[in-house]
Design a protein around this ligand. Structure first.
Ligand SMILES: *[C@@H]1O[C@H](CO)[C@@H](O)[C@H](O)[C@H]1NC(C)=O
Ligand SMILES: *[C@@H]1O[C@H](CO)[C@@H](O)[C@H](O)[C@H]1NC(C)=O
Length: 354
């Protein structure tokens, strides 16, 4: 290599670091703090008794070192990519994993639990960590952070962190449409309203504890996840359009709730992150996104019904390359799909926090 080209490479390297560090501090995002379900559980369920686990192969086959961390994917999740794109660590620790130091948790952590919902009853059925319990863990974490860093540093970390809520699908697919209790109490529209009230309350709780930069993701077109296509009695293999309508209704009401929260919570910025659009666009135009092989079935097992332990029974994978699939199992996106979603929401809703 000539000296000029070496110089040029060094210059690029310096620019690269200057750029990444300016990105990291541009919007002062100190940490990413996550609440939710399997879409953002980075391993909490490994430490609780529940069947909703993903800490065995083939999960994690494309994660760093091929480790099955408990993430419901072949690799990283949307929030891992968001963290990295903010200049924070490339993966978000699970709060219940005691292997992390308080310094590591100070740049981000997830309280999420696969199987959780906005409705307390959902986590009861799945024995997941309810959203209320996740918020209690957040409170406990703040105390630990204050002890380790002092009050003023801890307060700054908490107020400058980006909070992500990704939750709600399980309330429909594992609770309302699967079991009779809530259906006997609420019409679908009433249940949507009930859940939105709980989403509003969760954001207010986080605000009371110090959260100021908050992103709430909407529901995806969950009628198109492989398991729901399989269970669709109207048109086997087709998307359940009734479920997609419910997701859209939920998202519309969530956006109203977000507008009201912004008026009511002084000093806070709450944004609605739309994941429905990008996912439905991918389903409609798979090859535009490199998912030519399959957007209707998961990569593991038959791809029609398996998640969690059922996925684990089916090694080796039935698909050659998980990243050519939109879904890794019958309910959860592949790593590459997660990266596309992360890019999409960072370039739209979350942009205000960059
Ligand atoms: C960044 O943080 C500092 C100190 O907390 C604050 O004064 C400043 O307004 C923040 N800037 C942005 C863009 O949030
Ligand atoms: C959910 O459970 C928590 C903890 O048990 C409780 O404090 C809260 O009131 C419950 N929420 C609703 C809406 O029932």
């Amino acid at each position: 290599m000539s000296p000029q080209s070496l110089c040029y490479r060094l210059l690029l390297l310096v620019l690269h670091f200057a750029f990444s560090s300016s990105r990291a501090t541009a919007g002062n995002v100190s940490a990413i703090i996550v609440f939710g379900d399997s879409t953002v559980d980075t391993g909490n369920n490994n430490f609780i008794p529940t069947v909703a686990k993903a800490n065995f192969p083939p999960y994690g086959c494309d994660f760093d070192g091929g480790v099955a961390t408990g993430r419901f994917s072949n690799g990283r999740l949307v929030t891992d990519f968001v963290s990295e794109m903010l200049g924070l660590p490339s993966s978000v620790p699970a709060y219940l994993d005691t292997g992390y130091t308080i310094d590591q948790l100070a740049t981000g952590l997830s309280f999420a639990s696969a199987g959780a919902g906005l409705d307390n009853l959902t986590a009861k059925f799945t024995t997941a960590i309810s959203l209320s319990q996740q918020l209690e863990y957040f409170e406990e974490f703040i105390e630990r952070l204050k002890l380790a860093k002092g009050h003023s540093v801890a307060d700054e970390i908490i107020s400058e962190a980006l909070y992500i809520f990704s939750i709600g699908t399980n309330d429909f697919i594992l609770n309302y449409f699967a079991l009779p209790i809530r259906r006997a109490q609420y019409t679908t529209l009433e249940y949507v309203a009930y859940l939105i009230g709980l989403a509003d309350a969760a954001v207010r709780d986080a605000y009371r504890l110090g959260a100021r930069k908050i992103g709430f993701t909407g529901l995806g077109p969950f009628g198109c996840i492989p398991a729901e296509r399989t269970l669709n009695l109207d048109e086997t293999g087709g998307c359940n359009e009734e479920y997609n309508q419910v997701a859209m209704r939920f998202n519309a009401e969530l956006q109203d709730a977000v507008r009201k929260l912004n008026r009511g919570l002084a000093g806070a910025q709450v944004v609605y992150a739309d994941t429905y659009s990008v996912l439905s666009t991918i389903v409609a135009n798979p090859s535009d996104y490199g998912f030519d092989e399959n957007v209707a079935q998961g990569c593991c097992g038959t791809g029609r019904i398996e998640t969690s332990v059922l996925c684990g029974l089916e090694e080796p994978l039935t698909c050659q390359d998980p990243n050519k699939y939109l879904f890794f199992d019958s309910a959860h996106p592949s790593e590459r799909a997660c990266k596309i979603i992360a890019n999409d929401i960072l370039n739209s809703a979350l942009r205000v926090f960059l």
